[in-house]
Structures are given as structure tokens and as C-alpha cells.
Ligand binder design. Structure first.
Ligand code: NAD
Length: 657
């Protein structure tokens, strides 16, 4: 039994509480049980309303069981989707008023169920989130969501929600008209009951927006904009546009048929399979446990260095309720770092991610200082000072005198050998790499680097800490550049060489955007900072001189003080929010390769280095490497990662999965 029915006067309460599971998800059994319960409810003439709610602490309904969905045969999928559609129709067709009382995640199939109700209300708890993330998994909402959301909101409001796959806070969902009200969790049932006397909902006709001409225009604009954003590399997005636009012009049941046909086709696509695998990798990272992992409660932290990374890390830790002591030797740098943090807080308030009060409390959790303050009450110290081995050795030698013997010491170095830093501290087993990515607030991945000296308990605590601050850990071994930068470097080096040979920056970059990267390699160098890239390149080229020779253009640009985006000038010029190739630097004179050849060569280099890393045991599995590359660099998610790509295309004449 996954559902419980209670009757309170004339109001039925259907309570989801999936057996032996922390989450409510839909599979065949749950749908069949819901079907049966709805049959019972429809026959009970004394009922006037139905409230659907959940008994789980922070989940309403988290959607369909993805394992079932991804392994189902075509026939099984057809029957599962048909079952969901017909059960949700049964809910929609009940003669009594139906209300979804949402507390916790209401996503995917969970929202599709809620959309079949007359009214949706939600608790204001931060765990209450609403959305249809299916397109992010390479499929589309097919239990009526692609039909009912536009019927409720109108095409132009519904389409972006399905295409972005965004999970929204309830306030946003209310503003968009997806839900009808918000209240504190303790009043949810009472508030839901107040809707029971309302009549069944009549949906607006959206006559203007759903006329054939407007629909055709919206459809064309959506496809055009998808081309700009994704080069049509994600079939689920284009298919969703077609299904949703067609849906507002045909009967509900015809639209359901379209949804079903589309999901059957999409779920067989390699894109869906790769995106779903990445989702599973992400779930594994959230739950990753090293040994008998003890709970790790870290409240007091220190960050050394208030530059790009230190300020980003301090901001992030403070949003996660950690007290942060932010240190720098340079008072201007510290003031600049605090200014960056203030702007990040301002931006979060503006985007409604944080309330004014939460932002103020977060900012107040940071103490900035250039003084040599004691650190013995800090549970963790994260070093994010300038990338210089000798400097970092000195910092750690000093830290080891300042902290308690139990303090975890972490370094955010991009590429330097952690085992060498370990030689400069007492209790070297508590040193670990914590390689955050830039920009810290946006990038979820953190490489947790295990040096030979790092103890299992330090590694376990580091992983737990990263999870507790809402980031995703991937455990890698100590080796120059660790995993992500190591794989990137031959690719970036070759891009620099291609420029020197005479290829324009946009030609090189567009090749990789066409491949599915969020930006091309030269643009990426500019974003990271050419000085930072040069530091990493030096470390890696010393370790792998045969294939990572530093391109002369990189050294030239840094010598001239052109550091990329942060100095408004690098391979590109950054002026007034616009980006254009930098006319002061000219590519070489003899371009040799076609765009396709450049694309294939650069993609090959990524896969080849990833395969070397796997062979050297830098990460535990091909899936970890692929996940790290997608999360750390935006490697074309629909391709599943550089090893999955090599596997699928037989690029390296070997298999990885
Ligand atoms: P940055 O140059 O922006 O900042 C470094 C800061 O360290 C400066 O403010 C400097 O004054 C300070 N500093 C120098 N010596 C110090 C000392 N003894 N004590 C305290 N502060 C000191 O550098 P960044 O880009 O923030 O990089 C910091 C670290 O993070 C480096 O190891 C870098 O490789 C790594 N990293 C950088 C990126 C990136 O994209 N920028 C990404 C991941 C990791």
C-alpha cells in the first residue's frame, strides 16, 4: 500500500506515502493503486472534495521512477504512459473539487498529477519546489503535462517552463499561475480545505494566443531560439515545441497521443540515455559515502585568499550557514573580495534566491581580516591563495601552527601537487584537495583530491562537507591538474596552436559550440583568466611535456597584461556587455584545417586524455570522469561525456562502458 484514504466530513484526503522509500515516485504499482482509489472516490456520493497530499517529510511526489522508464521496452513504456494518462484523466474527471496540497518536491509526474487537479496550493517551506524537468532528461512530460500546462497558462507562458525544465520556488510558481496559493506548512491542510467549497475549475480559452497564426509564430520563434541556444542538438526540446504547439489546437486525447508517441521515440534516443545516466551520476555523487562515513558537522571555516575563488567560496559557505573567516595578505584584495561577495548577495536578492534578511545574515557570517588571527576554532581551512607552489608551502607551514590538530586543511589549487604541500604540515593525513570551479556559486562540481597522505577519515569528511554545502563531489587522485584541468589542457593547447596557425577565434570556438559545448576553447581561456590558465599550463606541461607544450600566444597575451575577461581583453574584447574578437591580436597566416576537422581533432583530444586518466586510475570509473567533465566544463551533456562519446563513436577503438 502506497496510498492511504482518510475521510474528514465530506472531504476525502488521499495521502501518498510510498512503502519502503524516502520518496514518493510513480511506477506501475502506485498508478494502479491510485486508479483503484479514484474508482472508490468517484462512487462515494457523500464526498464534495478531494485533497491530495503526501506523508513524506520533504517530498510531495518526485515524478516517475526513472529506472523503470529508462529500461522499459517500447510496449511497456506505451502501457505505462497510457496508464498514467488515463489515471490522471480519471482524477481530472471527478465531479468533486480536487486540490493538490503540496509540501516538498512536486516535480515531473508529481506536477502532472497536480495539474490534473482543480487547484494547487503549496507550503512556503524551502523544500517545496515545482517544475517539469523532463526535457533536461531528454524526454518530455507525457502524463498530460505537455497538454495541461499550456491549457492552464497559455502557450507562451507554458512553453518556456517545459523547455527550461526549471524547478521553481513556490513563489515563482505562484507568480506564473501554476499554483493558486501559498501558506505555512502547518496550515496547509486547513488552507487546502478552504478550497473545497470552490467550484470545479473552468480553464480559460486563450482564444488570442491559441489561434492558428499565433501558434505558428510562437512555434517558429521557439525553434529559432532553440537553434541559437542548442544548435538543435537536443531532440526533446524541438519535439516538445511541436507537441505542445500542436496540443493547443487539437483535442486533449489527440494531444495525449502526441505526447505518448514523442516520449516513446525520445526515450530510445542516445541523448535521453546519456542525460538520464548523468542524472544517475549526480544522484550517486549526492549519496557518495567513503567507508563508514561519520556525520560531519562543520560550522566554523576559514578561507585563505580573497581573490576570484576565495571570495566565491566564502560567499557560498556563508549562504550555507557556515561562519567564515576570510583572510588575505592584501587589504585591497580583501576589500575587493568583500565587494564581490556583497554583489553576489545583491544579485541573489534581486533574483529572489534569497530574502533580504537571509542575505544580510549570510553576509554577516563573514569576517574579513588581514591580521594573523587564531584559527584553532576552525573545523576546516580552505586555502585559495595565488597559484604558486612555494607560496602555498609557506601558507600551509604557517597554518599547521595556527589550527587545532583536528582541523581539516584543504587546498583549492588547480593543478599543484598536494603531496608536496602535505610535507609541510603536521598530521599530513588531514590535508585534502578541494578543487572548486569558477564561478563557485554556479558550478556544482568539486574535485575532492586524495593525496597519498590523505586519510580515509579526512576524505570521508571532505566528501560529506561538500555534500552538506550542496555541491557534488567527485573523488580523484593527486596528479598534475587532477582530472578536469588535465583533460582540458591538451584541448586548450591545441586551440591556441590553431589560432597561431591562422584560424580566427570565432572559427575555432564555433566548431566546439556546434559540437555542443557551452563556449569554445578560446572563450573558455578568456573566462578562466589567461594568467590562471598559464599557471595551470606550466604545471601540466612540466608533467607531460610531450603533449602539453604551452602555446606561445598564451604567454604573449599574459606578458602584455591581456588576461581575458577580467581585464576586458584576451582572445576577445569585452566592451559594454558585448564580445568581439580582439583586433589587436592577429591569428597566424596559414590556416590548414576545415571547421569539421578542427571539431573532430579537438573532440578527439578530450576523449583521448580522458581515456589516459581512466587508465591511470585518476577516478574510479568512466562514469565519474564523464560526469566531472559535464559538470566541470559543460562538456556537451547530450553526448554523455568524453568517454561516452568515444564509446559511442568508437573514436579510440575501444569501449568504456
Ligand atoms: P586570485 O589571484 O584571484 O586570488 C589570489 C588571492 O590570494 C589574492 O587576493 C592574493 O592577495 C591572495 N594571497 C596571496 N598570498 C596570500 C597569503 N599568503 N595569504 C592570504 N592570501 C594570499 O586567484 P584565484 O583565481 O582566486 O585562484 C586562487 C586559487 O584557486 C589558485 O590556487 C587557483 O589555481 C585556484 N583556482 C582558480 C580557478 C579560477 O578559475 N580562477 C579555478 C579553480 C581553482
Amino acid at each position: 500500500m502506497h496510498l492511504k484514504l482518510e475521510t474528514h466530513g465530506t472531504i476525502a484526503h488521499l495521502i501518498f506515502d510510498r512503502k519502503d522509500s524516502s520518496a514518493n515516485i510513480f511506477d506501475r504499482d502506485v498508478l494502479a493503486e491510485l486508479n483503484q482509489q479514484l474508482d472508490g472516490i468517484s462512487k462515494c456520493s457523500k464526498l464534495t472534495a478531494l485533497i491530495i497530499r503526501s506523508n513524506k517529510p520533504n517530498i510531495f511526489i518526485a515524478g516517475a521512477d526513472l529506472k523503470t522508464l529508462s529500461t522499459a521496452s517500447e510496449d511497456e513504456l506505451e502501457s505505462l504512459i497510457k496508464l498514467g494518462q488515463s489515471v490522471f484523466c480519471k482524477l481530472e474527471d471527478l465531479h468533486i473539487t480536487t486540490i493538490a496540497a503540496i509540501h516538498g518536491a512536486c516535480v515531473g509526474g508529481g506536477l502532472e498529477l497536480a495539474l490534473a487537479c482543480d487547484y494547487r496550493i503549496a507550503s512556503d517551506a524551502s523544500c517545496s519546489r515545482i517544475g517539469l524537468p523532463e526535457t533536461q532528461l531528454g524526454i518530455l512530460p507525457a502524463w498530460g503535462g505537455s497538454t495541461r500546462l499550456p491549457a492552464l497558462l497559455g502557450l507562451s507562458k507554458a512553453l518556456p517552463l517545459v523547455l527550461s525544465g526549471k524547478i521553481m520556488k513556490v513563489k515563482v510558481a505562484l507568480r506564473k499561475g501554476i499554483i493558486d496559493g501559498i501558506c505555512p506548512q502547518q496550515h496547509l491542510i486547513h488552507y487546502a480545505s478552504s478550497f473545497s467549497s470552490k467550484p470545479k475549475r473552468q480553464l480559460p480559452a486563450h482564444l488570442l494566443e491559441h489561434n492558428p497564426l499565433t501558434v505558428a509564430l510562437i512555434r517558429k520563434q521557439a525553434h529559432d531560439s532553440l537553434y541559437k541556444k542548442t544548435r538543435h542538438l537536443y531532440p526533446a526540446l524541438n519535439r516538445s515545441v511541436d507537441v505542445i504547439c500542436a496540443g493547443v489546437r487539437v483535442s486533449k486525447h489527440e494531444s495525449f497521443d502526441n505526447e505518448r508517441e514523442a516520449i516513446k521515440e525520445l526515450s530510445k534516443s542516445p541523448e535521453a540515455s546519456h542525460l538520464i545516466n548523468l542524472f544517475f551520476s549526480s544522484e550517486r555523487a549526492k549519496k557518495l559515502k567513503i567507508g563508514e562515513q561519520m556525520p560531519c558537522i562543520i560550522n566554523h571555516t576559514a578561507v585563505i585568499g580573497s581573490g576570484v575563488m576565495g571570495s566565491g567560496i566564502a560567499y557560498w559557505l556563508s549562504t550555507r550557514k557556515c561562519q567564515v573567516l576570510l583572510k588575505d595578505i592584501n587589504s585591497d584584495a580583501l576589500a575587493h573580495g568583500m565587494g564581490t561577495i556583497e554583489s553576489l548577495y545583491h544579485a541573489s536578492v534581486k533574483r529572489h534566491v534569497l530574502s533580504q534578511t537571509a542575505a544580510k545574515s549570510g553576509f554577516d557570517r563573514i569576517t574579513a581580516s588581514t591580521a594573523d588571527l587564531p584559527l584553532n576554532d576552525r573545523e576546516i581551512v580552505i586555502e585559495a591563495a595565488t597559484e604558486d607552489l612555494e607560496l602555498k608551502k609557506k601558507i600551509f607551514a604557517h597554518l599547521t601552527e595556527q589550527v587545532s590538530p583536528n582541523t581539516i586543511l584543504a587546498t583549492n589549487t588547480s593543478a599543484l601537487p598536494i603531496h608536496e604541500l602535505a610535507e609541510h604540515i603536521t598530521h599530513p593525513e588531514r590535508l585534502v584537495g578541494m578543487h572548486f570551479f569558477n564561478p563557485v556559486p554556479r558550478m556544482k562540481l568539486v574535485e575532492v583530491v586524495r593525496a597519498p597522505q590523505t586519510s580515509d577519515s579526512t576524505l570521508a569528511a571532505a566528501v560529506r562537507f561538500i555534500q552538506s554545502i550542496g555541491k557534488l563531489p567527485v573523488v580523484v587522485n593527486d596528479s598534475p591538474g587532477f582530472l578536469v584541468n588535465r583533460i582540458l589542457l591538451p584541448y586548450l593547447v591545441r586551440a591556441g596552436q590553431l589560432f597561431s596557425e591562422g584560424h580566427a577565434p570565432e572559427t575555432i570556438d564555433n566548431c566546439m559550440v556546434d559540437f555542443g559545448m557551452p563556449m569554445g576553447p578560446l572563450r573558455l581561456l578568456d573566462e578562466v583568466g589567461l594568467d590562471v590558465s598559464l599557471h595551470v599550463a606550466k604545471t601540466l606541461s612540466a608533467a607531460f611535456p610531450d603533449r602539453m607544450e604551452i602555446p606561445s600566444i598564451l604567454t604573449d597575451l599574459v606578458t602584455k597584461g591581456l588576461l581575458g575577461k577580467k581585464s576586458n581583453e584576451g582572445f576577445y574584447l569585452y566592451e559594454k556587455g558585448k564580445t568581439k574578437p580582439n583586433p589587436t591580436i592577429q591569428p597566424g597566416a596559414s590556416p590548414q584545417s576545415s571547421a569539421l576537422k578542427i571539431r573532430d581533432e579537438l573532440a578527439y583530444l578530450l576523449s583521448e586524455e580522458a581515456s589516459r586518466c581512466l587508465d591511470e586510475g585518476l577516478a574510479d570509473s568512466a562514469a565519474d570522469i564523464d560526469f566531472a567533465m559535464v559538470m566541470g566544463t559543460g562538456y556537451a551533456p547530450f553526448r554523455g561525456g568524453p568517454l561516452r562519446h568515444a564509446h559511442d563513436t568508437n573514436l579510440l577503438n575501444r569501449t568504456f562502458y
